[in-house]
Write a protein that binds this ligand. Sequence first.
Ligand code: PEP
Length: 259
Amino acid sequence: KFDRTPLIAGNWKMNMDHVQAITLLQKLEWTLSDARHDFSRVEVAVFPPFTDLRGVQTLVQGDDLKVAYGGQDLSQHDSGAYTGDISGQFLARLGCRYVLVGHSERRTIHGETDEVLNAKVQAAYRHGLVPVLCVGEGLEVRQAGNHVQHTLAQVRADLEGLPADQVDRLVIAYEPVWAIGTGEVAGPADAQEMCAAIRAEIAALYGDGVAAGVRLLYGGSVKAANAAAILNERDVDGVLVGGASLDVAEFANIVRFEH
Ligand code: PEP
């Protein structure tokens, strides 16, 4: 089914200091290399805290056929008086391939609006980073049956003004907020429904060719036990894993979902 390379991504959130990060990543690389994992067939990426990225870079040493990595956020600005913020330029210099944009924890805890997230998506592209744009509805919106409409409105607002040649490398993660860290997982059919709707929206905005290239991930309480069924859905091209990405054996089993 995969005409797009599946992407299995781990969001470590605010876990793992720079020493723990090295241990975790080394174990992951050993586990996957023991299993003769083919990184060109199923791509693997991790999103460690900013302070871990230099160590991760040293460990991975820019080898394209290994674990890719990225930041969990970036500033919409390139440099200047923005205390505590991290420029996409810095992430690119550290060998990041990806950057998360608009994770629900950023939207809710840090009040990031679609306007800010649109600027962050543009900042990511300015520095050659591929944004992994996170979208998805909360429980009330889901219960009211407005989840598709709500999520597509986020997609439109966050991508506003982007040219088609940027959008075709984009990754979008559908993460229903009610399923994040709750043990509550959307069913494969729910993941497929939303990913198909997002792909149709991208096709309407940018054409079928672009829509066929965009990778769409599902995120929300993904574990080895439920990953394969979700990944078998036609429009789901990968998963974004929070809690389970901190457990090497569990995460490696998600990466090896076909086995
Ligand atoms: C996430 O943080 O992106 C996520 C999906 O978390 P979890 O897998 O723990 O629900």
